[in-house]
Design a protein. Structure first.
Length: 337
């Protein structure tokens, strides 16, 4: 059952040969819970009798695990005996009881809500069923006439997708044990490479580094997740001695949040020699054709220096301090007041 959702429990009473009692509202009931932190003891005063059965509502907490409820009775309600003029000494009878074992589970989710896959014969992706009972069925609409956009197989809690053709479809999942009003759904999009987007600063100082964010985009300008890049043969082409470039390590991007990086393949660009560098990236589409990003111009400049090193001034005197920058063997002055 779903944790955190109320559950209605029904009680019926039978005699020794299995005949159902038409009414048992005169019985005093007691409830027990094997783990009250999962399901508190139901309130017997809130039992609702409807002829040959009674209903009570239990309220599971948001815990995950197993719990057993026990309903038992071994005597009549005192007020019923007093009303009928029966001695209270005759109240006891042999205990009757029943147990109900429950598994508490959280509401399932299907992740991700949108799965973007590169259209490559050796590629694969997966949808993950999180939470729920673990028992589910699924269906999809990946057929296009006599063709199918992908092969789809179940692997435990995963639904694996092996792309075959470009297009989009939905996968629907239904939990077979939990009472859910709607099914879970994720969109699967299979696309080729249509463009490469490079985000990088246009200046870097000698012996310093900057980060470049590279995104490979589909036909709708959505960025492929970086786990798809293995089949895309993404390569940088600096074509210049002014900079070096390498893939970023986890230490290089430790100061960035995952939301800021997004679906980016990060590279570290280091300034080596003063001058101008042109940088672009290549990737290979599923047909084998090479696609190239728009070239990015990066200026490499020398460190900023101030001259002169010392200034002696009389009181209330002023002096303009020039900031000296060497760029392409030219001296540039920036006045600092």
């Amino acid at each position: 059952i779903l944790s955190g959702h109320e559950l209605e429990v029904e009680i019926t009473v039978f005699d020794e040969i299995g005949r159902k009692f038409d009414n048992f509202s005169s019985l005093e009931w007691k409830w027990e819970s094997s783990n009250p932190s999962y399901i508190p003891h139901p309130d017997t005063s809130e039992m609702r009798h409807h002829g040959n059965h009674a209903l009570t509502t239990v309220s599971p907490t948001n815990q995950i695990g197993s719990v057993t409820l026990k309903a038992l009775s071994n005597h009549y309600l005192d007020e019923v005996l007093l009303q009928e003029g029966i001695s209270l000494e005759s109240n006891k009878f042999q205990e009757i009881s029943s147990k109900l074992s429950l598994l508490l589970r959280r509401e399932p989710n299907l992740n991700p809500e949108r799965l973007l896959l590169f259209s490559h014969i050796d590629n694969e992706g997966a949808l993950q069923v999180v939470g729920g009972s673990g028992y589910f069925s699924f269906d999809h609409n990946a057929e296009r006439g006599n063709n199918q956009l992908a092969d789809i197989l179940r692997d435990g809690r995963k639904i694996k997708v092996y792309p075959k053709l470009e297009g989009s479809f939905h996968v629907h999942v239904r939990d077979q044990c939990l009472d859910l009003r709607t099914s879970l759904s994720s969109e699967v999009v299979i696309s080729d490479i249509y463009s490469i987007n490079v985000q990088v600063a246009d200046k870097v100082q000698v012996d310093h580094s900057i980060l470049a964010c590279v995104q490979i985009l589909d036909s709708h300008d959505s960025a492929f997740p970086t786990d798809q890049y293995g089949h895309m043969n993404l390569k940088p082409h600096p074509k210049t001695p002014h900079i070096t470039i390498r893939p970023a390590t986890s230490m290089d991007v430790s100061h960035l949040s995952p939301s800021k990086m997004g679906a980016c393949m990060m590279y570290v660009i280091k300034g080596i020699v003063v001058g101008t560098a042109n940088l672009y990236f290549n990737a290979t589409v599923s047909s084998g054709r090479i696609i190239t990003s728009v070239p990015q111009e990066i200026q490499v400049f020398s460190p900023l220096s101030l001259t002169p090193k010392e200034i002696w001034l009389v009181p209330k005197a002023t002096f303009k301090v020039p900031a000296l920058i060497l760029y392409s063997n030219k001296i540039l002055y920036i006045k600092i007041m």
